[in-house]
Design a protein around this ligand. Structure first.
Ligand SMILES: O=C(O)Cc1cc(O)ccc1O
Ligand SMILES: [Fe+2]
Length: 453
């Protein structure tokens, strides 16, 4: 384990030094949690005076008037209100973190692209300086679309905090373990887990085991929620109880610090004389959450054919057009392949949605070589793709016994909007120039005679 500064412990009801204070199960639940007994007002939100001299503050994640089944907000009881910071907002530059609309002049996004893992360098990088935008889609100002990023993190944030007013972040670690110390509690996140940090929530990221690399989907639009299961029923896929939200934990610490804010694609900084992670108690349904991808229960073909990948949707973020996601987060995990007389890997296809994929672990069935852990690929709107020649030949000729697809975990950020490459993705990241050659050797088998070739 390499850690560049000691992880901090925040005060919580359950804290014994060094251990994690704990999590509460459920997705979108109305939680209540307090780090000190009696800190949470009961039966009301705004008592004339809060216990312990705390300030009450509401964090709204949806419009006040959003339909009640979508309405999200959290009441925080904190040592100081968020508005107490000591300087005006000053613009700063984080040149590698881009927002849509962003279409650099001499970069084309029309093509099939694949990248090797972005390597670590000697540079010390934090969650903020280590964020590398690969693609952007939609428009951050109108709260539509997304960006995909790779993060390379070696250093903990010290007396430095961040929030994004633009987006919620879906975090998919591939290497290393990070600790997210947030206003609402502490989450530790390792590879094969994911986390969602809501828009507006202040946090600091610490390296528990580094260097850390992973993928981020920055969602400018409506929040991720669990997909409707339809005829699948009440169980399987992602089950709500497997999502974990941290219990309240706080810091009562005075130190010259900064809060960086992402707002309309710009970054600003303000000075603050204390830790803003000072929420002693909270209740509500707008909160960070983590999820172990190994608890995802895949449902698939049990007799023949290959279903659409939407069958593997973990989370979906709506776009306003029914059934057409701003973003689907789709998981290709280990599973049994049992389909009879079936070409089992993904079929060849062109898709109106834009597919950005990342490999977390192992080998992906449509691309046995070249798409490696830490690597990414982009198959943009209406661009053809599918199995490479090896995958095609292997799957066309394999004996169709039940077969365990083991040692595999990849994912897709699929959006209805075209994704545009950044200069970093096109020029600095390890783009595989020969990617499209993986289909070049697919041969013509047709010779005018019927029968299976
Ligand atoms: O392109 C890909 O590899 C992702 C994908 C997987 C699948 O099983 C069906 C369609 C699809 O786009
Ligand atoms: Fe695809």
């Amino acid at each position: 384990m390499t850690s560049h500064s000691k992880p901090t412990t925040m005060t919580s009801a359950a804290t014994t030094s060094g251990t994690h204070p704990g999590y509460m199960p459920g997705f979108g639940n109305d939680f209540e949690t307090e780090a000190l007994p009696g800190a949470l007002p009961q039966g009301m939100n705004s008592p004339q005076k809060c216990n312990y001299g705390l300030y009450g503050e509401q964090l709204s994640g949806t419009a006040f008037t959003a339909p009640s089944h979508q309405n999200e907000r959290t009441w925080c009881y904190r040592i100081r209100p968020s508005v107490k910071h000591s300087s005006r907002y000053e613009r700063i530059d984080l040149p590698y973190w881009k927002s849509a609309p962003h279409q650099p002049q001499d970069v084309t996004s029309l093509g099939q692209y694949r990248w090797d893992p972005v390597p670590h360098s000697d540079a010390p990088l934090t969650w903020l300086t280590g964020m590398r935008t690969m693609t952007t889609a939609g428009d951050v100002n109108t709260q539509i679309g997304m960006a995909s990023h790779i993060y390379l993190v070696t250093e903990s944030m010290v007396d430095s905090y961040f929030y994004s007013a633009d987006s919620e972040l879906l975090i998919v670690p591939q290497e290393g373990t990070l600790r997210f110390c947030t206003e609402l509690g502490v989450m530790d996140i390792a590879p094969q887990e994911i986390a969602i940090i809501p828009r507006g929530l202040v946090y600091r990221v610490e390296v528990l085991e580094g260097p850390a690399r992973g993928f981020v989907c920055e969602n400018y639009g409506q929040k991720f929620h669990l997909p409707a299961r339809g005829p699948i029923g009440a169980n399987c896929m992602a089950n709500p109880r497997d999502f974990k939200t941290p219990v309240a934990a706080f810091e009562d610490r005075e130190a010259p610090s900064t809060v960086t804010i992402k707002w309309c694609g710009q970054f600003h900084e303000t000075k603050i004389g204390h830790s803003p992670l000072d929420v002693v108690a909270w209740h509500g349904n707008y909160a960070p959450v983590k999820y172990d991808l190994n608890t995802y229960c895949p449902v698939g073909a049990v007799l023949f054919d290959h279903p659409d990948p939407s069958i593997f949707t973990v989370l979906t973020a709506p776009s306003g057009v029914e059934g057409t996601a701003n973003i689907d987060f789709v998981l290709f995990r280990d599973r049994w392949m049992v389909a009879e007389d079936t070409f089992r890997p993904p079929w060849y296809h062109k898709n109106i949605m834009s597919e950005l994929m990342g490999n977390i672990h192992g080998q992906y069935d449509a691309k046995p070589k070249g798409f490696i852990p830490g690597g990414m690929s982009l198959h943009n709107m209406m661009l053809p793709h599918g199995p490479d020649r090896n995958a095609f030949e292997g799957a066309s000729n394999a004996e169709l016994a039940p077969h365990k697809l083991d040692n595999t975990m990849s994912f897709m950020f699929e959006t209805r909007f075209p994704q545009h490459l950044t200069e970093f993705a096109a020029k600095e990241a390890p783009l595989q120039d020969d990617y499209i050659d993986c289909w070049e050797s697919l041969e013509k088998k047709f010779d005018g005679t019927p029968g299976k070739k």
